[in-house]
Design a binder for this molecule. Structure first.
Ligand code: UTP
Length: 313
């Protein structure tokens, strides 16, 4: 099935995946391995996100990368030598897995010379868009949003209400200061109670200042007007150009912005704790790894569990 057949209502052709950050929360692994390539069970996070974009009707993936992070783009290039070896050895299941990433989408990369913030990373994508593209999807490869499908709902909201549409998760109040948090109001004629109008956005507020517990979850459908807003904002903390500031400017100028509250799971692959939860969550659902992992976890979590110590003379 082609992307267009899967999701005929897609409101974007290009999915932008910013992958030029330093990944400091994942050091030392990210000293040489880009965090986007760390495997969630057996598949790099960026491939999972690209699959989500393809399922929602994207045709092209624009990866924002940094000098020296070529491996991220290479993951989407066919490796005919490897494919031939797997074929010769009759490893057809592995062959299918290896062919998956190159077959998903047309991949283009743009380079962000220095990590000057998420807004600056997104701005780099403008130069490769076609003139008739009036919106883009942005997917953060750190964020796994499960089950898939929230982009489809977000596109329906854009069709009905115009403007830009973001994804939110409802987080515990004591965690708001780790997120971009939305100031929201109900939409009077909304059929879906999980669609809210956004009146403002604050990056990492103190708990007592947070306007709500609805936090940005790494999925955005942005009107092309975002590029103009990104040109007009000043760098914020750490000299970084914040996407949040560009969205706040658009809201202040009357651009409609809505959120869809995702009620499923969301994992942060950008830190070891969240990454582990994602791997366990996905592995438990897998026919290949789930049963053995579940059995071992039950033993490991049982009060009777004790490590077997080997005695050495
Ligand atoms: P993060 O802030 O979570 O990623 O940005 P980071 O900077 O790599 O992580 P830490 O904090 O040092 O551990 C969210 C996404 O935006 C991208 C990152 O690659 C990540 O996918 N990003 C961030 C850029 O592409 N460029 C930037 O300048 C900043």
């Amino acid at each position: 099935m082609t992307a267009a057949e899967k999701s005929p209502d897609a409101c974007f052709r290009t999915a932008v995946v910013p992958a030029a950050g330093l990944g400091t929360r994942f050091l030392p692994a990210t000293k040489t391995v880009p965090k986007e390539l760390l495997p969630v069970v057996d598949t790099p996070g960026i491939e999972l996100v690209a699959g989500e974009a393809a399922d929602s009707g994207a045709r092209r993936l624009v990866i924002v990368t940094s000098p020296g992070k070529d491996g991220v783009v290479a993951h989407f290039v066919e490796d005919l030598v490897l494919e031939h070896k797997l074929e010769e050895r009759g490893k057809f299941q592995l062959l299918e897995k290896v062919r998956r990433a190159p077959g998903l989408l047309d991949v283009t990369s743009v380079v962000q010379d220095e990590p000057k913030g998420l807004g600056h990373a997104v701005a780099q994508a403008e130069r490769v868009l076609d003139d008739d593209e009036d919106a883009i999807a942005v997917l953060l490869p750190d964020d796994l949003v499960l089950p898939r499908g929230v982009l489809d709902v977000m596109c329906r909201v854009r069709r009905k209400r115009g403007g830009s549409v973001l994804c939110a998760i409802d987080v515990p109040k004591d965690q708001v200061s780790s997120y971009g948090v939305f100031e929201v109001e109900a939409v009077p004629d909304a059929v879906n109670p999980n669609v809210l109008k956004v009146n403002g956005m604050v990056e990492k507020p103190a708990m007592e200042d947070a306007p709500s517990t609805f936090a940005a979850a790494g999925r955005y459908i942005l009107d092309r007007a975002v590029f103009d807003a990104l040109r007009r904002i000043e760098p914020g903390a750490g000299g970084e150009l914040q996407l949040t500031d560009a969205i706040s400017l658009m809201i202040a100028e009357g651009h409609p912005v809505h959120v869809v509250v995702h009620r499923g799971a969301r994992h942060d692959l950008g830190n070891p704790g969240g990454y582990l939860r994602a791997a366990v969550d996905i592995a438990l659902d897998s026919d290949e790894y789930g049963p053995a992992l579940r059995e071992w976890l039950e033993q490991r979590l049982s009060p009777d569990w004790a490590p077997q110590l080997t005695q050495y003379e």
